[in-house]
Structure formats: structure tokens, C-alpha cells
Write a protein that binds this ligand. Structure first.
Ligand SMILES: C[S@@+](CC[C@H](N)C(=O)[O-])C[C@H]1O[C@@H](n2cnc3c(N)ncnc32)[C@H](O)[C@@H]1O
Length: 311
């Protein structure tokens, strides 16, 4: 069940006749809301890097000529807008980050430690390498760093060593196999959390380059938005939220080189304004969907073509 749906769509303040991008189509829950809001004259351009999401979307929205669905990663957002917006100003871009329920639920996609399947975890199975291939060749130190940095796993060194010992005996090819290896290495148990949660999250973020994609996607979204257009992003963990927060704060600041000077050139003035504070899911949403607990929505509006603090 999509999280913070109404809040995210309302935050974009969609107007009838406008053009909006749903950068994370999934199964189209938010796209459907956007289509309702834009009326008969409006349009939605939706992308997802997962071929299954696009196929499901084509079936669900067959005959819906206000929707353009494109299989593409965030990093290609500029090109997608150039090729499909037809020059119409873009009023809003929505990112609903992370994995979709169908990706988690289908054992054969290899995302889940709870359902045994091939150890893959790619959102786009036609590009990059599955986790099993990466674990077969990565250096132990690389594995440790990924699990420590992207999983914030205290026992990363022990997990990497256990993976290294196991792969010397037999290739690590299944999710259940990896879950058992990680479980053997993680010493303390966090309530309500499988011991492999952090390591699986880290490997998923790594093989999909999710944080790199997010940074590229935010930069591209800012560029393609019209003045007055809004960017809304929902993140599901602290590393993603930090990137979104820092991006928006930077764009909403005066370049510090000019701070305190009497004359600030327009190119150093803020390029965005923050819209409201960060929002979290309501208790009702969390009760219906435990994933909502960690969801954070942030929104900003473009107010100038350039400006803000440099990265
Ligand atoms: C949380 S789901 C979105 C759910 C969607 N809002 C709905 O209502 O069904 C995230 C989706 O974004 C896609 N995605 C994640 N990172 C992506 C990226 N870098 N480029 C394109 N799609 C991405 C995933 O494949 C997944 O389908």
C-alpha cells in the first residue's frame, strides 16, 4: 500500500491541465491520483527502471492517453522530459523512493530474506550485476564497507568475514543462504528486525546505486521543473532522507561565499523555497502498513533557474 499518498500528491498542489512527472511509477498508485488531479487536459509522465512495473502499468492504464510510461532510471530524467514533454512546462516531480511491494513479494526477484529466491535484488534485471555476482568477486574490504556504510551495520566486519568464508566453500546464490550466513555473524538482535535486514538493505542500495541515482535524479528534477514547479520526495531510510534534505536546503540557501555581503548576485540567491516541514505518516497509515513508520516526505518549490549553495 503506498505511503503518504495524499500528502505527497497534495504537496505538489497539482492543477488541472498541468504536466507532472511520477519518477517512481511502481504500480501506479500515485500516478492514478495525479491523473485525477490534472483533469482531462493534464498529463503525467511516469518512469520506472523496472520492466515489470512498466508492463503492469501498460496493462493497468491501457487506453489512458494522458499518461506516458517510460522505462528509465532517474539518471535519464532530463532526456525523458526532453523527449516526451513536448516543451510543456513541468509543474511537479514526485519521487517515492525504495522498492515496491511486488519487488519485495516476488521471491524470484531476490530482494527478500524472508522468501527464498535467486540472490539478485536488481530493480532492472537487464542491467548491472546481481548481488550473487558482486559477492563472488568483491574484495572482503569492499563488502565490509558497503555493509557498514549503506546498512549502518555494526557487525559489518564479521558479516563480510562470514560471507568470505562461505563463498570459499560454495557460491552464495540464494537469498535464504545469505540470510543464514548474515544471521550467524550478527551478534545482537534488534526487536522486530531480522538480523539480515541491514545487510540486505546495503547490498540492494549498492547493486542499484540507489544513492547515486537519487543525487542525479534530484539535480535533473530541479533542472527540468518550470519556475513555481514543485519537487516532492518520500524516503524510507535515513541515508536517502539526508540526501534529499541536504539537496533542498542547499538549493534554498544563499551561496555562503556571499553570505553577509551587501550585494548578492542573483546567481547566488536561493533557487528553491522549502514548502512546509518534513511530514511523516499518520498513526493510521503506520498501523495499516509498518513500512510507513520510516517514511519522510519533503517538498520544495523552484523559484529561480539557478542559485543556492554549491555542493
Ligand atoms: C516505492 S516504489 C513506488 C510505488 C508507487 N508510488 C506506487 O504507487 O505504486 C518505488 C519504485 O521506484 C522504482 N525506482 C527506484 N529507484 C529508481 C531509479 N533510480 N530509477 C527509476 N526507477 C526507480 C522502483 O523500481 C519501484 O518500482
Amino acid at each position: 500500500m503506498p505511503v503518504l499518498v495524499d500528502a505527497a500528491v497534495q504537496a505538489l498542489d497539482p492543477s488541472a491541465g498541468g504536466l507532472y512527472v511520477d519518477a517512481t511509477f511502481g504500480r501506479g498508485g500515485r500516478t492514478a491520483r495525479l491523473l485525477q488531479a490534472v483533469g482531462r487536459e493534464g498529463r503525467v509522465l511516469a518512469l520506472d527502471r523496472d520492466p515489470q512495473a512498466i508492463a503492469a502499468g501498460r496493462a493497468r492504464f491501457a487506453g489512458e492517453n494522458r499518461l506516458t510510461l517510460v522505462r528509465a532510471p532517474f539518471a535519464d530524467l532530463r532526456a525523458v522530459v526532453r523527449d516526451h514533454a513536448g516543451g510543456t512546462p513541468l509543474q511537479g516531480v514526485l519521487f517515492d523512493l525504495g522498492v515496491s511491494s511486488p519487488q519485495l513479494d516476488q521471491a524470484e526477484r531476490g530482494f527478500s530474506f524472508a522468501k527464498d529466491g535467486p540472490l539478485d535484488m536488481r530493480m532492472d534485471p537487464t542491467s548491472g550485476e546481481p548481488v550473487s555476482a558482486w559477492l563472488a568477486h568483491a574484495r572482503v574490504e569492499e563488502i565490509r564497507a558497503v555493509i557498514a556504510d549503506l546498512g549502518e551495520e555494526r557487525f559489518a566486519r564479521r558479516v563480510a568475514a562470514a560471507i568470505d568464508a562461505a563463498r570459499r566453500v560454495t557460491p552464495i546464490a540464494r537469498t535464504a543462504q545469505l540470510a543464514a550466513i548474515v544471521e550467524s555473524a550478527v551478534r545482537t538482535r534488534e526487536p522486530g528486525k531480522h538480523p539480515a535486514t541491514r545487510s540486505f538493505q546495503a547490498l540492494r542500495l549498492h547493486v542499484n546505486d540507489e544513492l547515486g541515482q537519487l543525487k542525479a535524479g534530484l539535480d535533473a528534477a530541479f533542472e527540468v521543473l518550470a519556475l513555481g514547479g514543485r519537487l516532492a520526495a518520500i524516503s524510507f531510510h535515513s541515508l536517502e532522507d539526508r540526501i534529499v534534505k541536504q539537496f533542498m536546503r542547499r538549493k534554498a540557501s544563499v551561496d555562503p561565499v556571499f553570505a553577509g555581503l551587501p550585494l548578492v548576485p542573483p546567481s547566488a540567491m536561493p533557487a528553491m523555497r522549502l514548502v512546509g516541514r518534513k511530514a511523516k505518516a499518520s498513526a493510521t497509515e503506520v498501523a495499516a502498513n509498518p513500512r510507513a513508520r520510516s517514511a519522510v516526505l519533503r517538498v520544495a518549490e523552484k523559484i529561480a533557474a539557478q542559485g543556492g549553495a554549491p555542493r
